[in-house]
Design a protein around this ligand. Sequence first.
Ligand code: PEP
Length: 254
Amino acid sequence: MTPDIKPFVAGNWKMNGQRDSLDQLALMARGVDEALFDKVDVVVCPPATLLYVATTLSEDTPLMVGAQDCHREAKGAHTGDVSAEMVADCLGEFCIVGHSERRTDHGETDFHVAGKAQACWRAGLTAIICIGETEAEYDSGRAEEVLGRQLAMSVPEGATEKDTVIAYEPVWAIGTGKTPSPDDIRDIHAFIRDVLVERFGGHGERMRILYGGSVKPDNATELLSVNNVDGALVGGASLKAQDFLAICESYRKV
Ligand code: PEP
């Protein structure tokens, strides 16, 4: 954790969830009460098809809702895409950009990711900008070089703690059950903090840096206890309200 930064837990449902998953969303909305919200900000990012109903279900609760991606343009001839303005129109408040699955599946580059982050800001959303090295890059000791480049090119000028959250997600830890050691996470998050402070000054000091990659109820407390880990981006374990709320609860207690 970073002193004076409120922890933040975001759930990324990826391409999972149909209408019959809305009972899980309703349970999450009920579970994120004022006592939890006092200590932790909680966001769930369902697929775009469920976005509006999710914001409706969480209305009048502290649970916030976000999208998993957006186009850099506000509207136009981009079949199948969703704009940040459309997310805001569905009352979403956040949008994940640059997830490694988008970088791999859709060939998104740092340039695209920066454009999407700016689109989020234009629409009044907070961008959750993902960065992370592959296993080969990690094994060859190039993690910092890769992350430094991603931070420089994916995070646009002018980012602040209000419009931007950084999610460090080692690609090799996503959905694999593997996580870096707490010492490795501490070193990488310290590196990310230094880069953010150098570039954004006080905003960089206050910007939240999440860890993502196989966060589960049983490792959440250990991971949040690491310096400069200000919360988690959770994939698989965010699909079930019981697991997701258990992660949020463990962050409340740290
Ligand atoms: C993710 O998709 O952002 C993620 C971290 O997935 P998981 O928690 O399943 O590893």
